[in-house]
Design a protein around this ligand. Structure first.
Ligand SMILES: *Cc1c(COP(=O)(O)O)cnc(C)c1O
Length: 219
């Protein structure tokens, strides 16, 4: 399959799942996760119509995206990985959305960077939904306080993000994150990767982050 076919296949999967849930396929934003992919692997997806991309490292994104963006105006870039506070200013300058806001110190660093740059990328608060030691995200019990801090600091909080535990059914975790988002009046739900896309869309995903199913397996 070429990039155009892969993209069409993902859109078909999103549309089929949305139909089952009585949702509009257009309510689900496809974020093409291009981490580790070179600009010449990304360009064919842009040519096929994809406009929203995700990266997990600030430095890697700084190397690839300014050039691609100059060539293709109208692209939107999302940071989907962990962010160190000392890279907050770089992230605010480069990204249109930040999906891994998960601690007080980062909220403070992003608030300072946004004020200084007068630019406010939308933010997703990441929740460690499976309570896993090795995963990023705030604990479920810490979410109310972190959200209050983010709102008080004027971060444009769009919703919640999570990566469910690997190797087990994702639905209970997605459903819990969806409930937390509802409880806190948040419309955005960044869930769903290559393997759990349908489950995520039926449970309310507004942003799915797809890498492997679009680009093939990572090295
Ligand atoms: C890599 C990555 C993805 C994409 O995962 P695939 O399984 O390749 O679709 C999504 N979200 C985050 C946070 C990632 O780091």
């Amino acid at each position: 399959m070429n990039e155009r076919d892969r993209l069409a296949a993902i859109h078909a999967r999103i549309a089929a799942a949305a139909r089952i849930a009585g949702r509009e396929p257009s309510a689900v934003e496809l974020v093409a996760v291009s981490k580790t992919r070179a600009a010449d692997e990304i360009a064919p997806l842009i040519a096929a119509g994809q406009r929203v991309f995700g990266e997990n490292r600030v430095q890697e994104a700084q190397g690839k995206w300014p050039g691609l963006r100059d060539e293709h105006p109208g692209l939107s870039l999302h940071l989907v990985g962990q962010l160190q506070s000392n890279k907050a200013a770089d992230a605010v300058a480069l990204f249109d959305a930040i999906h891994a806001v998960d601690r007080s110190s980062l909220v403070a660093a992003l608030a300072r960077a946004m004020d200084a740059a007068d630019r406010r990328p939308s933010c997703f608060v990441q929740v460690n939904i499976g309570d896993e030691a090795q995963k990023g995200g705030c604990a479920v019990t810490d979410l109310p306080a972190l959200l209050a801090e983010a709102r008080a600091a004027d971060l444009p909080v769009a919703g919640l993000m999570a990566v469910p535990p690997a190797g087990v059914e994702a639905a209970p975790y997605h459903a819990l994150l969806a409930k937390l988002a509802r409880d806190h009046g948040l419309a955005g739900l960044s869930i769903g990767m290559s393997d759990d896309l349908e489950t995520a869309v039926t449970l309310g995903a507004t942003h799915v982050r797809i890498g492997t199913a679009l680009f093939g397996a990572r090295a």
